[in-house]
Design a protein around this ligand. Structure first.
Ligand SMILES: Cc1cc2nc3c(=O)[nH]c(=O)nc-3n(C[C@H](O)[C@H](O)[C@H](O)COP(=O)(O)OP(=O)(O)OC[C@H]3O[C@@H](n4cnc5c(N)ncnc54)[C@H](O)[C@@H]3O)c2cc1C
Length: 476
């Protein structure tokens, strides 16, 4: 019998109380240049990471926090916008968002409504249920999220002692000051995605979309589509289009065969997930370069689902220079086969390049990248990996030239760009259990160092009396 969400809420209150130690607030308020009190931490991005980090910081008694998200409420992250799979790609047993408190877990939320049998019966978490759970987490913990606040600039002020964040909001531009900032802006947060110029030049815009854009797949009803890229998103878009009435969906990729291996599952062990950060740079580079070189196909359930759909086809050896469009028909060659389509979906993934994010201009001007810090062995070069930011063990940016921007340790990130420094799956659900606490400690570290002198004076200035003051008479 499900316990129901009301009972679960009561269990959460009790759990939070049991685990409340240590309870005192400890972060001293800091005045901002505009007379306001600065936030202890501004979290940019109200997706699963932003919410988890907010909840975690609050539990650590970092109280002046706020989460800002450019999207309207309910549309944070990919789950209700451009994600098109029926269920999450990762096992349902993953933990992280609950920060070690069972009653806050997805499983507890699910079982409260569907019972233990409902949990056992589920194979993987339904995509929309995952977002429903995140909504519930936000509401239950009353997390301070401001929607439709898009970060447009982040700069140091007061000699780097604080950050000034500027936002575009429905009420016009707003400024917030904060001692620290976490960029939890998602997979595209340290770069982005784009339709390659060679494709945009050859296919008219009305026949071309990117899989990471929000669009209704019903637009493909009755059409033949070609999808460039055989990763999970390419498969998801092809399957969703077929279900929405597309006549055919051809998934095309450059390699000679579909990558069948998924070593990321091997990485999901408590040693690797937690201590990847301790590995030497050359080893981190080796892991990531290997993953990039072998590519990543779709998860098996996604693959099985797609290939069973009438109209689905898969094509290796795509020759990009064969792509043309004439009289409304797109044509492209894969191996010795020529395919024709009415519309083209680009699903070639994301790139990391801080320079692509205007709001990070001040960070990009000073932050060290891997190409600044690491020289790969001959044959191990990768221009793409070289552009990843070189982060410290807490996910904070580091200076390209020491002494020029010490404020960078106030800015932490958990986006695609963080994965070379923090771990290949650190930005996904799979790594959150270990990565979220790491970032939280990074924020606390900076805040404690900021008030080091003040704390020392307060420590010496108090008598810390515990016992009654001894009298002149000896105690017998
Ligand atoms: C289609 C898809 C499916 C995935 N499926 C899985 C899966 O099954 N399992 C798994 O482990 N991982 C999966 N991932 C990877 C990862 O778990 C997700 O990307 C997840 O959404 C990351 O959470 P996040 O909170 O870091 O970022 P997001 O959920 O993307 O949230 C980032 C938020 O930042 C906001 N934002 C961005 N820029 C700004 C700005 N300038 N100002 C204010 N707000 C901003 C966005 O509006 C967004 O709401 C998937 C990723 C994608 C894209």
């Amino acid at each position: 019998m499900p316990e129901g969400l009301a009972e679960l809420r009561a269990r959460i209150s009790e759990d939070l109380e049991i685990l409340a130690y240590p309870t005192p607030d400890w972060v001293s308020p800091r005045a901002a240049p505009n007379g306001s009190i600065a936030l202890d931490c501004a979290i940019i991005g109200g997706g699963q990471y932003g919410l988890t980090l907010a909840a975690g910081l609050r539990r650590e008694r970092v109280g002046r926090i706020a989460v800002f998200d450019a999207a309207p409420q309910g549309l944070e992250g990919p789950w209700r916008s451009f994600a098109r799979m029926a269920m999450l790609r990762t096992p349902k047993t993953l933990t992280g968002t609950e920060l070690g408190i069972p009653s806050l877990s997805f499983r507890a939320w699910w079982e409260a409504q569907h019972g233990r049998a409902g949990w056992e019966a589920m194979f993987r978490i339904p995509r929309t249920a995952w977002m429903d759970y995140l909504d519930w987490l936000r509401a239950t913990l009353d997390l301070p999220v401001r929607n439709r606040w898009a970060l447009i600039a982040l700069e140091p002020v007061e000699g780097g002692a604080l950050l000034r964040l500027r936002f575009a909001t429905p009420e016009g531009e707003q400024t917030i000051h904060a001692a620290t900032c976490i960029l939890a802006t998602g997979a595209a947060g340290s770069g982005g995605y784009a339709i390659p110029a060679e494709v945009a030049e050859r296919v008219p815009a009305e026949r071309l979309v990117h899989a990471n854009d929000s669009f209704d797949v019903a637009r493909f009803a009755g059409q033949r589509i070609a999808v460039l890229g055989a990763g999970a998103s390419g498969f998801d878009t092809a399957a969703a289009a077929l279900r929405a009435g597309a006549r055919a969906a051809a998934v095309c990729f450059r390699r000679a065969s579909l990558p069948g291996a998924n070593p990321r599952r091997w990485m999901e062990n408590a040693g690797f997930l937690a201590q990847y950060v301790a590995l030497p740079d050359a080893r981190k580079w080796g892991y990531m370069r290997h993953l990039l070189s072998i590519g990543q196909g779709p998860p098996k359930p996604t693959y099985d689902d797609a290939i069973a759909l009438p109209g689905f086809s898969l094509h290796a050896k795509l020759a990009m220079d064969s792509l043309t469009c004439a009289n409304g028909t797109i044509s492209l060659r894969c191996g010795d086969q020529t395919l024709q389509a009415d519309a083209l979906v680009v699903a070639t993934g994301l790139r990391v390049n801080l320079a692509d994010r205007p709001e990070l201009a001040a960070v990009a001007a000073h932050a060290a990248l891997w190409e600044d810090r690491f020289q790969p062995a001959p044959g191990q070069e990768s221009a793409a990996l070289g552009r990843f930011p070189y982060l410290d063990q807490h996910g904070a940016f580091t200076e390209r030239h020491p002494g020029t921007a010490p404020w960078l340790d106030r800015v932490l990130t958990i986006t695609r760009g963080a994965v070379l420094s923090l771990g290949p799956v650190s930005a996904s659900n799979s790594g959150m259990k270990y990565t979220a606490p790491r970032l939280i400690e990074g924020v606390k570290r900076r805040l404690l160092l900021d008030q080091e002198e003040q704390d020392w004076a307060a420590f010496l200035g108090q008598d810390h009396a515990e016992l009654p003051i001894p009298t002149a008479e000896p105690i017998r």
